[in-house]
Design a binder for this molecule. Structure first.
Ligand SMILES: Cc1cc2nc3c(=O)[nH]c(=O)nc-3n(C[C@H](O)[C@H](O)[C@H](O)COP(=O)(O)OP(=O)(O)OC[C@H]3O[C@@H](n4cnc5c(N)ncnc54)[C@H](O)[C@@H]3O)c2cc1C
Length: 418
Protein backbone atom coordinates (compact mmCIF):
# COMPACT_ATOMS: atom_id res chain seq x y z
CA UNK A 1 0.00 0.00 0.00
CA UNK A 2 1.25 3.51 -0.77
CA UNK A 3 -0.10 6.94 0.17
CA UNK A 4 -2.37 8.47 -2.47
CA UNK A 5 -0.81 11.22 -4.57
CA UNK A 6 -2.73 14.44 -5.24
CA UNK A 7 -3.15 13.56 -8.90
CA UNK A 8 -3.32 10.25 -10.77
CA UNK A 9 -2.92 10.19 -14.56
CA UNK A 10 -4.19 7.15 -16.47
CA UNK A 11 -2.01 6.49 -19.53
CA UNK A 12 1.53 7.43 -20.50
CA UNK A 13 0.87 8.60 -24.07
CA UNK A 14 1.46 12.22 -25.16
CA UNK A 15 -1.69 13.60 -23.47
CA UNK A 16 -1.00 11.85 -20.17
CA UNK A 17 2.69 12.78 -20.09
CA UNK A 18 1.85 16.39 -20.96
CA UNK A 19 -0.69 16.76 -18.16
CA UNK A 20 1.45 14.85 -15.62
CA UNK A 21 4.65 16.79 -16.38
CA UNK A 22 3.02 20.22 -16.23
CA UNK A 23 1.22 19.44 -12.97
CA UNK A 24 4.41 18.03 -11.42
CA UNK A 25 6.33 21.14 -12.57
CA UNK A 26 4.09 23.11 -10.19
CA UNK A 27 5.21 20.92 -7.27
CA UNK A 28 2.19 18.61 -6.97
CA UNK A 29 2.54 14.88 -6.38
CA UNK A 30 1.58 13.03 -9.56
CA UNK A 31 1.50 9.31 -10.23
CA UNK A 32 1.05 8.06 -13.78
CA UNK A 33 -0.09 4.52 -14.56
CA UNK A 34 0.73 3.03 -17.95
CA UNK A 35 -0.40 -0.50 -18.71
CA UNK A 36 2.39 -1.22 -21.24
CA UNK A 37 6.15 -1.48 -20.88
CA UNK A 38 7.75 1.29 -22.97
CA UNK A 39 8.94 1.47 -25.71
CA UNK A 40 5.72 0.18 -27.27
CA UNK A 41 4.25 0.55 -30.76
CA UNK A 42 1.76 3.34 -31.41
CA UNK A 43 0.31 4.95 -34.52
CA UNK A 44 0.28 8.78 -34.90
CA UNK A 45 3.66 9.79 -36.24
CA UNK A 46 3.30 13.18 -37.87
CA UNK A 47 3.34 16.39 -35.81
CA UNK A 48 1.58 19.66 -36.47
CA UNK A 49 3.83 22.71 -35.98
CA UNK A 50 1.80 24.20 -33.13
CA UNK A 51 2.85 21.30 -30.90
CA UNK A 52 6.01 23.42 -30.53
CA UNK A 53 4.52 25.46 -27.69
CA UNK A 54 3.62 22.43 -25.58
CA UNK A 55 7.00 20.80 -26.30
CA UNK A 56 8.69 24.00 -25.09
CA UNK A 57 6.75 24.08 -21.82
CA UNK A 58 7.47 20.41 -21.27
CA UNK A 59 11.22 20.86 -21.66
CA UNK A 60 11.16 18.58 -24.73
CA UNK A 61 12.23 21.06 -27.38
CA UNK A 62 15.99 20.59 -27.10
CA UNK A 63 15.51 16.83 -26.98
CA UNK A 64 13.53 16.99 -30.21
CA UNK A 65 16.09 19.26 -31.86
CA UNK A 66 18.92 16.84 -31.07
CA UNK A 67 16.90 13.73 -32.01
CA UNK A 68 17.19 11.86 -35.30
CA UNK A 69 13.53 12.48 -36.15
CA UNK A 70 12.90 13.73 -39.68
CA UNK A 71 12.12 17.45 -39.94
CA UNK A 72 8.75 18.33 -41.43
CA UNK A 73 8.22 21.71 -43.12
CA UNK A 74 5.07 21.13 -45.13
CA UNK A 75 2.07 19.07 -46.15
CA UNK A 76 1.27 18.29 -49.75
CA UNK A 77 -1.90 16.89 -51.31
CA UNK A 78 -2.57 14.97 -54.52
CA UNK A 79 -6.10 14.74 -55.90
CA UNK A 80 -7.92 11.71 -57.29
CA UNK A 81 -6.37 12.37 -60.73
CA UNK A 82 -2.88 12.23 -59.19
CA UNK A 83 -2.37 16.00 -59.63
CA UNK A 84 -0.18 17.28 -56.81
CA UNK A 85 -0.79 20.63 -55.06
CA UNK A 86 2.00 23.00 -54.20
CA UNK A 87 3.35 22.12 -50.73
CA UNK A 88 1.77 24.11 -47.88
CA UNK A 89 5.00 25.36 -46.29
CA UNK A 90 4.25 26.27 -42.71
CA UNK A 91 6.87 29.03 -42.60
CA UNK A 92 5.02 30.99 -45.28
CA UNK A 93 2.57 32.07 -42.57
CA UNK A 94 5.07 32.86 -39.88
CA UNK A 95 8.85 32.70 -40.22
CA UNK A 96 9.34 31.39 -36.67
CA UNK A 97 11.23 28.23 -35.73
CA UNK A 98 7.91 26.70 -34.57
CA UNK A 99 6.95 26.14 -38.20
CA UNK A 100 9.45 23.31 -38.52
CA UNK A 101 8.11 20.18 -36.86
CA UNK A 102 8.83 16.43 -36.89
CA UNK A 103 7.86 12.98 -38.11
CA UNK A 104 8.53 10.57 -35.25
CA UNK A 105 8.61 6.90 -34.43
CA UNK A 106 6.04 6.90 -31.65
CA UNK A 107 7.67 4.10 -29.67
CA UNK A 108 10.75 6.30 -29.31
CA UNK A 109 8.97 9.63 -28.90
CA UNK A 110 6.53 8.36 -26.27
CA UNK A 111 9.42 6.82 -24.33
CA UNK A 112 11.23 10.18 -24.42
CA UNK A 113 8.08 11.86 -23.08
CA UNK A 114 7.75 9.33 -20.26
CA UNK A 115 11.40 9.75 -19.22
CA UNK A 116 10.97 13.52 -19.40
CA UNK A 117 7.92 13.27 -17.11
CA UNK A 118 10.04 11.36 -14.58
CA UNK A 119 12.75 14.02 -14.80
CA UNK A 120 10.09 16.55 -13.79
CA UNK A 121 9.08 14.55 -10.75
CA UNK A 122 6.26 12.35 -12.05
CA UNK A 123 6.12 8.92 -10.40
CA UNK A 124 5.45 6.98 -13.61
CA UNK A 125 4.69 3.27 -13.23
CA UNK A 126 4.73 1.03 -16.28
CA UNK A 127 2.90 -2.32 -16.57
CA UNK A 128 0.34 -0.86 -14.19
CA UNK A 129 -3.19 -1.18 -15.55
CA UNK A 130 -6.02 0.90 -14.18
CA UNK A 131 -8.87 -1.55 -13.77
CA UNK A 132 -11.55 0.84 -12.64
CA UNK A 133 -12.34 4.40 -11.66
CA UNK A 134 -14.69 4.44 -8.66
CA UNK A 135 -17.58 6.89 -8.52
CA UNK A 136 -20.14 8.11 -6.03
CA UNK A 137 -22.65 9.63 -8.44
CA UNK A 138 -20.61 12.05 -10.55
CA UNK A 139 -17.76 12.36 -8.06
CA UNK A 140 -14.74 10.12 -8.48
CA UNK A 141 -13.81 8.46 -5.22
CA UNK A 142 -10.77 6.45 -6.24
CA UNK A 143 -8.95 4.31 -8.69
CA UNK A 144 -8.18 0.59 -8.74
CA UNK A 145 -4.89 -0.40 -10.31
CA UNK A 146 -3.22 -3.74 -10.99
CA UNK A 147 0.55 -4.19 -11.18
CA UNK A 148 2.58 -6.64 -13.27
CA UNK A 149 2.84 -9.12 -10.36
CA UNK A 150 -0.96 -9.27 -10.16
CA UNK A 151 -1.16 -7.20 -6.98
CA UNK A 152 -3.93 -4.59 -6.81
CA UNK A 153 -4.25 -1.29 -5.01
CA UNK A 154 -6.96 1.34 -4.52
CA UNK A 155 -5.84 4.97 -4.39
CA UNK A 156 -7.80 8.09 -3.54
CA UNK A 157 -6.24 11.04 -5.39
CA UNK A 158 -7.89 14.45 -5.39
CA UNK A 159 -7.90 14.49 -9.19
CA UNK A 160 -7.87 11.80 -11.86
CA UNK A 161 -6.72 12.78 -15.36
CA UNK A 162 -7.96 10.19 -17.84
CA UNK A 163 -5.47 9.99 -20.70
CA UNK A 164 -6.16 6.35 -21.56
CA UNK A 165 -6.40 7.04 -25.31
CA UNK A 166 -8.97 5.13 -27.35
CA UNK A 167 -9.73 2.96 -24.29
CA UNK A 168 -11.50 6.08 -22.95
CA UNK A 169 -11.89 4.54 -19.50
CA UNK A 170 -14.10 7.16 -17.84
CA UNK A 171 -15.96 8.12 -21.00
CA UNK A 172 -16.99 4.50 -21.56
CA UNK A 173 -17.87 3.88 -17.93
CA UNK A 174 -19.97 7.05 -17.68
CA UNK A 175 -21.46 6.49 -21.16
CA UNK A 176 -20.19 9.79 -22.53
CA UNK A 177 -18.70 8.48 -25.76
CA UNK A 178 -20.48 9.37 -29.02
CA UNK A 179 -19.18 7.96 -32.34
CA UNK A 180 -18.97 10.27 -35.36
CA UNK A 181 -21.46 8.77 -37.79
CA UNK A 182 -19.94 10.69 -40.73
CA UNK A 183 -16.44 9.40 -40.05
CA UNK A 184 -16.87 5.64 -40.00
CA UNK A 185 -13.44 4.86 -41.41
CA UNK A 186 -10.90 2.07 -41.46
CA UNK A 187 -7.22 1.93 -42.29
CA UNK A 188 -4.54 -0.57 -43.32
CA UNK A 189 -0.87 0.33 -43.10
CA UNK A 190 2.73 -0.82 -42.85
CA UNK A 191 6.30 0.49 -43.09
CA UNK A 192 8.60 0.45 -46.12
CA UNK A 193 12.33 0.86 -46.63
CA UNK A 194 13.74 2.18 -49.87
CA UNK A 195 10.54 3.93 -50.96
CA UNK A 196 11.01 7.25 -52.77
CA UNK A 197 11.43 10.47 -50.86
CA UNK A 198 12.21 13.95 -52.12
CA UNK A 199 15.98 14.55 -52.30
CA UNK A 200 15.62 18.16 -51.14
CA UNK A 201 16.02 18.71 -47.33
CA UNK A 202 13.05 21.06 -47.33
CA UNK A 203 10.69 18.51 -48.88
CA UNK A 204 12.06 15.13 -47.77
CA UNK A 205 10.01 15.20 -44.56
CA UNK A 206 6.73 16.43 -46.01
CA UNK A 207 3.56 14.54 -45.15
CA UNK A 208 1.84 13.54 -48.36
CA UNK A 209 -1.92 13.01 -48.51
CA UNK A 210 -2.67 11.17 -51.72
CA UNK A 211 -6.26 10.68 -52.77
CA UNK A 212 -7.62 7.44 -54.24
CA UNK A 213 -9.37 7.26 -57.60
CA UNK A 214 -12.98 8.41 -57.38
CA UNK A 215 -12.18 9.98 -53.99
CA UNK A 216 -12.84 6.69 -52.19
CA UNK A 217 -10.20 7.49 -49.59
CA UNK A 218 -6.57 8.51 -49.33
CA UNK A 219 -3.05 7.35 -48.48
CA UNK A 220 -0.76 8.90 -45.91
CA UNK A 221 2.92 8.89 -46.83
CA UNK A 222 5.05 9.85 -43.83
CA UNK A 223 8.84 9.76 -44.20
CA UNK A 224 10.68 8.71 -41.05
CA UNK A 225 14.36 8.27 -40.17
CA UNK A 226 16.29 5.08 -41.04
CA UNK A 227 15.02 5.28 -44.62
CA UNK A 228 11.59 4.13 -43.45
CA UNK A 229 8.25 5.44 -44.72
CA UNK A 230 4.91 4.91 -43.02
CA UNK A 231 2.27 4.27 -45.68
CA UNK A 232 -1.40 3.71 -44.93
CA UNK A 233 -4.71 3.80 -46.71
CA UNK A 234 -7.84 5.26 -45.11
CA UNK A 235 -11.37 4.89 -46.45
CA UNK A 236 -14.95 4.21 -45.46
CA UNK A 237 -15.25 1.12 -43.29
CA UNK A 238 -17.60 -0.56 -45.77
CA UNK A 239 -15.36 0.30 -48.69
CA UNK A 240 -12.06 -0.87 -47.16
CA UNK A 241 -13.53 -4.16 -45.95
CA UNK A 242 -16.01 -4.62 -48.83
CA UNK A 243 -14.40 -7.95 -49.69
CA UNK A 244 -14.72 -9.91 -46.44
CA UNK A 245 -12.23 -12.52 -47.66
CA UNK A 246 -9.46 -10.11 -48.62
CA UNK A 247 -6.35 -10.09 -46.43
CA UNK A 248 -4.89 -6.81 -45.17
CA UNK A 249 -2.11 -7.21 -47.71
CA UNK A 250 -4.60 -7.66 -50.55
CA UNK A 251 -6.59 -4.62 -49.44
CA UNK A 252 -3.46 -2.47 -49.27
CA UNK A 253 -2.18 -3.40 -52.74
CA UNK A 254 -5.68 -3.16 -54.23
CA UNK A 255 -5.73 0.47 -53.10
CA UNK A 256 -2.16 1.13 -54.25
CA UNK A 257 -3.50 0.30 -57.72
CA UNK A 258 -6.08 3.04 -57.15
CA UNK A 259 -3.47 5.67 -56.36
CA UNK A 260 -0.80 6.36 -58.97
CA UNK A 261 0.94 8.89 -56.70
CA UNK A 262 1.68 6.27 -54.04
CA UNK A 263 2.32 3.46 -56.51
CA UNK A 264 5.22 5.18 -58.20
CA UNK A 265 6.71 6.06 -54.82
CA UNK A 266 6.68 2.61 -53.20
CA UNK A 267 7.45 0.48 -56.25
CA UNK A 268 10.61 -1.54 -55.54
CA UNK A 269 10.63 -0.83 -51.79
CA UNK A 270 10.74 -3.47 -49.07
CA UNK A 271 8.06 -3.88 -46.40
CA UNK A 272 9.73 -4.00 -42.99
CA UNK A 273 6.82 -4.44 -40.58
CA UNK A 274 3.61 -6.44 -40.26
CA UNK A 275 0.32 -5.28 -41.80
CA UNK A 276 -1.65 -3.23 -39.30
CA UNK A 277 -5.26 -2.12 -39.20
CA UNK A 278 -7.68 -0.15 -37.08
CA UNK A 279 -11.21 1.13 -37.58
CA UNK A 280 -13.99 3.28 -36.19
CA UNK A 281 -11.62 5.67 -34.44
CA UNK A 282 -13.66 8.90 -34.59
CA UNK A 283 -15.74 9.85 -31.55
CA UNK A 284 -15.90 12.36 -28.78
CA UNK A 285 -17.20 12.60 -25.25
CA UNK A 286 -20.15 14.73 -24.24
CA UNK A 287 -18.25 16.19 -21.26
CA UNK A 288 -14.69 17.21 -20.47
CA UNK A 289 -14.75 16.83 -16.72
CA UNK A 290 -16.70 16.07 -13.59
CA UNK A 291 -16.16 16.28 -9.87
CA UNK A 292 -12.48 15.42 -9.41
CA UNK A 293 -11.84 14.11 -12.92
CA UNK A 294 -10.94 15.40 -16.36
CA UNK A 295 -10.47 13.87 -19.82
CA UNK A 296 -7.56 14.65 -22.18
CA UNK A 297 -6.36 13.54 -25.61
CA UNK A 298 -8.03 10.57 -27.26
CA UNK A 299 -9.69 9.74 -23.93
CA UNK A 300 -11.86 12.80 -24.67
CA UNK A 301 -12.11 12.26 -28.41
CA UNK A 302 -10.39 11.66 -31.72
CA UNK A 303 -11.24 13.23 -35.06
CA UNK A 304 -9.56 11.59 -38.00
CA UNK A 305 -5.96 11.06 -39.11
CA UNK A 306 -6.18 13.16 -42.31
CA UNK A 307 -4.51 16.34 -41.01
CA UNK A 308 -2.36 14.72 -38.29
CA UNK A 309 -4.20 16.67 -35.60
CA UNK A 310 -4.32 13.96 -32.91
CA UNK A 311 -1.06 14.92 -31.19
CA UNK A 312 -1.80 18.62 -31.32
CA UNK A 313 -5.16 17.99 -29.67
CA UNK A 314 -3.51 15.65 -27.13
CA UNK A 315 -0.86 18.25 -26.23
CA UNK A 316 -3.27 21.16 -26.09
CA UNK A 317 -5.95 19.39 -24.03
CA UNK A 318 -3.19 18.07 -21.74
CA UNK A 319 -1.90 21.62 -21.29
CA UNK A 320 -5.33 23.20 -20.75
CA UNK A 321 -6.27 20.49 -18.26
CA UNK A 322 -2.98 20.72 -16.35
CA UNK A 323 -3.47 24.46 -15.84
CA UNK A 324 -7.05 23.91 -14.68
CA UNK A 325 -5.97 21.16 -12.25
CA UNK A 326 -3.18 23.33 -10.78
CA UNK A 327 -5.52 26.30 -10.32
CA UNK A 328 -8.15 24.01 -8.82
CA UNK A 329 -5.69 22.47 -6.36
CA UNK A 330 -4.49 25.95 -5.39
CA UNK A 331 -7.97 27.30 -4.68
CA UNK A 332 -9.60 24.10 -3.41
CA UNK A 333 -12.08 23.87 -6.28
CA UNK A 334 -12.10 20.55 -8.12
CA UNK A 335 -15.57 20.89 -9.59
CA UNK A 336 -16.52 20.14 -13.20
CA UNK A 337 -16.66 23.89 -13.87
CA UNK A 338 -13.08 24.36 -12.69
CA UNK A 339 -11.51 21.24 -14.21
CA UNK A 340 -13.34 21.50 -17.54
CA UNK A 341 -13.58 25.28 -17.89
CA UNK A 342 -11.23 25.19 -20.88
CA UNK A 343 -13.57 22.85 -22.77
CA UNK A 344 -15.54 25.33 -24.89
CA UNK A 345 -12.42 27.00 -26.35
CA UNK A 346 -10.83 23.63 -27.03
CA UNK A 347 -14.02 22.28 -28.59
CA UNK A 348 -14.28 25.25 -30.95
CA UNK A 349 -10.77 24.49 -32.20
CA UNK A 350 -11.55 20.79 -32.55
CA UNK A 351 -14.78 21.56 -34.38
CA UNK A 352 -12.92 23.81 -36.83
CA UNK A 353 -10.66 20.89 -37.63
CA UNK A 354 -13.69 18.64 -37.91
CA UNK A 355 -15.35 20.95 -40.43
CA UNK A 356 -12.14 20.87 -42.42
CA UNK A 357 -12.07 17.05 -42.23
CA UNK A 358 -15.68 16.82 -43.44
CA UNK A 359 -14.89 19.18 -46.29
CA UNK A 360 -12.04 16.91 -47.41
CA UNK A 361 -14.29 13.85 -47.44
CA UNK A 362 -16.91 15.84 -49.32
CA UNK A 363 -14.44 16.12 -52.19
CA UNK A 364 -12.40 19.23 -51.42
CA UNK A 365 -9.85 20.34 -53.99
CA UNK A 366 -6.95 22.22 -52.37
CA UNK A 367 -5.43 23.40 -55.65
CA UNK A 368 -8.71 24.84 -56.96
CA UNK A 369 -9.45 26.60 -53.66
CA UNK A 370 -6.07 28.31 -53.48
CA UNK A 371 -6.25 29.38 -57.11
CA UNK A 372 -9.68 30.89 -56.47
CA UNK A 373 -8.90 32.42 -53.07
CA UNK A 374 -5.13 32.91 -52.81
CA UNK A 375 -5.46 35.23 -49.79
CA UNK A 376 -7.20 32.42 -47.87
CA UNK A 377 -4.11 30.21 -48.07
CA UNK A 378 -2.97 31.51 -44.68
CA UNK A 379 -6.16 30.19 -43.07
CA UNK A 380 -5.76 26.79 -44.69
CA UNK A 381 -2.15 26.76 -43.50
CA UNK A 382 -3.32 27.71 -39.98
CA UNK A 383 -5.67 24.74 -39.99
CA UNK A 384 -2.82 22.50 -41.13
CA UNK A 385 -0.49 23.97 -38.49
CA UNK A 386 -2.98 23.38 -35.69
CA UNK A 387 -3.36 27.09 -34.92
CA UNK A 388 -7.09 26.55 -34.53
CA UNK A 389 -8.04 28.20 -31.24
CA UNK A 390 -8.82 31.62 -32.75
CA UNK A 391 -12.09 33.00 -34.11
CA UNK A 392 -10.45 34.91 -36.99
CA UNK A 393 -10.13 31.57 -38.81
CA UNK A 394 -13.86 31.40 -39.29
CA UNK A 395 -13.89 33.72 -42.33
CA UNK A 396 -12.52 30.77 -44.33
CA UNK A 397 -15.70 28.69 -44.24
CA UNK A 398 -17.92 30.58 -46.68
CA UNK A 399 -15.25 30.64 -49.42
CA UNK A 400 -14.54 26.96 -48.73
CA UNK A 401 -18.22 26.09 -49.09
CA UNK A 402 -18.45 28.22 -52.20
CA UNK A 403 -15.79 26.11 -53.90
CA UNK A 404 -17.29 22.96 -52.46
CA UNK A 405 -20.69 23.79 -53.93
CA UNK A 406 -19.04 24.31 -57.28
CA UNK A 407 -17.34 20.91 -57.05
CA UNK A 408 -20.31 18.82 -56.02
CA UNK A 409 -23.32 21.08 -56.03
CA UNK A 410 -24.15 20.87 -52.34
CA UNK A 411 -23.21 22.42 -49.03
CA UNK A 412 -21.31 19.96 -46.88
CA UNK A 413 -22.90 18.80 -43.68
CA UNK A 414 -20.44 20.52 -41.37
CA UNK A 415 -21.93 22.40 -38.45
CA UNK A 416 -19.92 24.17 -35.78
CA UNK A 417 -21.14 22.45 -32.63
CA UNK A 418 -19.12 24.38 -30.07
C1 LIG B 1 -4.73 5.57 -38.27
C2 LIG B 1 -4.31 6.70 -37.38
C3 LIG B 1 -3.28 7.54 -37.79
C4 LIG B 1 -2.90 8.62 -36.98
N1 LIG B 1 -1.93 9.47 -37.41
C5 LIG B 1 -1.64 10.55 -36.67
C6 LIG B 1 -0.65 11.48 -37.10
O1 LIG B 1 0.00 11.31 -38.14
N2 LIG B 1 -0.41 12.56 -36.33
C7 LIG B 1 -1.08 12.78 -35.16
O2 LIG B 1 -0.85 13.80 -34.51
N3 LIG B 1 -1.99 11.90 -34.71
C8 LIG B 1 -2.28 10.79 -35.43
N4 LIG B 1 -3.18 9.90 -34.95
C9 LIG B 1 -3.78 10.14 -33.64
C10 LIG B 1 -2.84 9.81 -32.49
O3 LIG B 1 -2.45 8.46 -32.57
C11 LIG B 1 -3.55 10.06 -31.17
O4 LIG B 1 -4.37 11.20 -31.26
C12 LIG B 1 -2.57 10.26 -30.02
O5 LIG B 1 -1.79 9.11 -29.83
C13 LIG B 1 -3.36 10.56 -28.73
O6 LIG B 1 -2.51 10.55 -27.61
P1 LIG B 1 -3.10 10.13 -26.19
O7 LIG B 1 -1.99 10.34 -25.21
O8 LIG B 1 -4.40 10.77 -25.96
O9 LIG B 1 -3.43 8.57 -26.32
P2 LIG B 1 -2.42 7.37 -26.57
O10 LIG B 1 -1.23 7.82 -27.30
O11 LIG B 1 -3.22 6.26 -27.15
O12 LIG B 1 -1.95 6.96 -25.11
C14 LIG B 1 -2.84 6.32 -24.22
C15 LIG B 1 -2.01 5.44 -23.30
O13 LIG B 1 -2.87 4.95 -22.25
C16 LIG B 1 -2.51 3.63 -21.96
N5 LIG B 1 -3.67 2.99 -21.33
C17 LIG B 1 -4.86 2.70 -21.89
N6 LIG B 1 -5.68 2.12 -20.99
C18 LIG B 1 -4.99 2.05 -19.83
C19 LIG B 1 -5.30 1.54 -18.53
N7 LIG B 1 -6.48 0.98 -18.26
N8 LIG B 1 -4.35 1.63 -17.56
C20 LIG B 1 -3.13 2.20 -17.81
N9 LIG B 1 -2.79 2.67 -19.04
C21 LIG B 1 -3.71 2.62 -20.03
C22 LIG B 1 -2.16 3.04 -23.32
O14 LIG B 1 -1.33 1.91 -23.19
C23 LIG B 1 -1.44 4.22 -23.98
O15 LIG B 1 -0.03 4.17 -23.81
C24 LIG B 1 -3.56 8.82 -35.73
C25 LIG B 1 -4.57 7.95 -35.32
C26 LIG B 1 -4.95 6.91 -36.12
C27 LIG B 1 -6.05 6.00 -35.66
Amino acid sequence: MSASPEVVVIGGGPAGCTAATLIAQKGHSVRLFEREKFPRFHIGESFMPDTYFALRRLGMLDKMKSSHFVKKYSVQFANDQGKESQPFYFFENNPHECTQTWQVLRSEFDHMMLKNAREHGVDAREEARVLDVLFDGDKQTGIRVQYADGGEEVLHPKVIVDASGQSSLISNKQKLRVPDAKLKKATVWSYFKGAKREPDKLDEGATLVLQLKEKKGWFWYIPQHNDTISVGVVGGLDYIFADKNASLEEIFWREVDNCAAVKRRIEGSERVDVWRTTKDFSYRSTRFAGDGWVLVGDAFGFLDPIYSSGLQLAFSSGTFAADAVCDGLANGDLSEKQLGGWGPVFLKGMERLKKFVYIYYDGFNFGLFIRRYPHMKRHVTDLLIGNVFKDSLDEVWEPLYEVQREINGQKPDAVLLG
